[in-house]
Design a protein around this ligand. Structure first.
Ligand SMILES: C[S@@+](CC[C@H](N)C(=O)[O-])C[C@H]1O[C@@H](n2cnc3c(N)ncnc32)[C@H](O)[C@@H]1O
Ligand code: SF4
Length: 429
């Protein structure tokens, strides 16, 4: 992901090399999945709710026009290869690749393919690697889907958002809603797995509108559906409209009703949740790339503003595409800042992210975390689990100790998913 606001952090050395503690930890992570995120920072229209790092101008400076960007991005992949070679870490092919944006499919499919093929040459892909691109429904044709599949993409994630014209208009979405089934068909004919992104809780959207969006999505039989609650991000056009009173504010009760309807309709259609906002037809069609973000794996994020994580260190690239390109052309890291996660951050992240997935939090493994001992944090007790079961927030059967999970697991119930943040706070050390 590439959120628009960058945190503060320490500067990176010009050659991007890792600090000693990361170098020491990398050999122990050789068996963990390794992902590549590729950020494509272009959109034809800026949606009023979106704060991703993306730009509508076709030319953002040297190395940052839509034409020159693929080579600049490939420059970062080559730079990354050098950093990893110098680290002496064991070879690790990418097990997942995700092209996100922005709108990756605003670039010609040949350019996306060229980037992917270079990534494979430089790093290799693990057998059965999941390779996704996000796409706007207007920018997928049978021909472009075929080019993407031939280059090695296995999956496409389409930004449908809603089936209702008025809701799409409030979201500033300009895509033709009839292009969604066409894009799904084109992707499927090319042999790609299909995911649809939906958003609920848009100001003015009725429960009936949301039902229609879900029903139309299900009718296209995608392999995967992401159904997000709309977040009003500070600094977006939508936040200003709500402040001025030209749009009503988000109603958390309405969003909860829509979450319940999502569960009802998607589970009736054969989808099962595996993360609070993500549903798939089977374990095989889950998004491995996103799961890796939630399971403390490593990934390299390439492109302006992209975030990376290796062995407990996070770093993020210069945000503006021109500044990003300039650094790479000067032969220096595009990284803008970095931080080593401290013990408390690691514990909280583990707790929060595991709780969001359907396998839940393995309580004994959590209680045994070195970082929890280091901060002298409270372990989770059987009594607290019982209270959460009593409040209907976690599943009773999963919470019971078993041979595989001697401390039980904290798996959110439907009510718990609506209150995931509150459950995290109750279990926090
Ligand atoms: C980078 S966009 C996807 C690809 C493409 N740009 C598109 O919008 O069609 C990733 C997804 O994040 C979700 N998203 C973006 N901003 C959001 C917000 N403020 N609240 C909830 N979901 C959001 C949308 O569902 C969107 O499809
Ligand atoms: S098309 Fe996607 S990335 Fe671009 S502004 Fe809209 S939601 Fe954001």
């Amino acid at each position: 992901m590439s959120p628009s606001a960058l945190p503060l952090g320490d500067p990176l050395p010009a050659d991007g090399s890792f600090p000693q503690e990361v170098l020491d930890a990398l050999p122990g992570r050789a068996q963990k999945p390794f992902g590549l995120y590729v950020h494509i920072p272009f959109c034809s229209v800026r949606c009023g709710y979106c704060d991703f790092n993306t730009y509508t101008s076709e030319d953002l400076g040297p190395g940052a026009s839509r034409q020159s960007y693929p080579d600049t991005l490939i420059g970062e992949l080559e730079f990354a290869r050098g950093v990893l070679d110098r680290s002496g870490a064991p070879e690790r092919p990418f097990s997942t690749v995700f092209f996100g944006g922005g709108t990756p499919t605003l670039l010609p499919a040949e350019d996306l393919s060229r980037i992917l093929i270079r990534a494979r040459e430089l790093f290799g892909f693990a057998e059965g690697a999941e390779i996704t691109t996000e796409a706007n429904p207007d920018t997928v044709t049978p021909e472009s889907a075929r080019v993407l599949a031939e280059a090695g993409f296995t999956r496409i994630s389409l930004g449908m958002q809603s089936a209702v014209p008025e809701v799409l208009a409030t979201l500033d979405r300009t895509h033709d809603r009839l292009n969604v089934p066409r894009a799904v068909e084109a992707a499927r004919a090319a042999g790609l797995e299909v995911s649809l992104d939906l958003i609920h809780g848009t100001p003015g959207e009725t429960l009936q509108d949301w039902r229609r969006s879900l029903e139309e999505a299900v009718a296209m039989a995608p392999d995967h559906i992401s159904a997000y609650s709309l977040i009003v991000e500070e600094g977006t056009a939508m936040a200003a409209q709500i402040r001025r009173g030209t749009l009503p504010d988000i109603d958390p009760d309405d969003q909860a009703d829509k979450y319940l309807l999502t569960e009802e309709l998607l589970s009736a259609a054969g989808y099962r949740w595996y993360e609070v906002s993500n549903y798939s037809t089977s374990e095989k069609t889950r998004s491995d790339h996103n799961l890796n973000y939630w399971l403390d794996s490593d990934w390299w994020g390439a492109g302006p503003g992209a975030h990376s994580h290796m062995a407990g260190m996070r770093w993020w690239n210069a945000k503006h595409p021109a500044a990003y390109a300039q650094r790479l052309h000067a032969g220096t890291t595009p990284g803008h800042g970095r931080e080593i996660l401290d013990a408390e951050a690691k514990v909280l992240e583990h707790l929060m992210l595991r709780l969001r997935i359907c396998e839940g939090l393995d309580v004994a493994a959590y209680n045994a975390m070195e970082e929890l001992q280091e901060i002298q944090g409270e372990p989770i007790t059987a009594g607290e689990l019982r209270r959460l079961v009593g409040d209907g927030l976690i599943e009773e059967v999963a919470a019971a100790p078993s041979a595989e999970h001697p401390g039980g697991r904290a798996v959110l119930t439907l009510k718990g998913r609506l209150l995931a943040d509150a459950v995290t706070r109750r279990l926090a050390p």
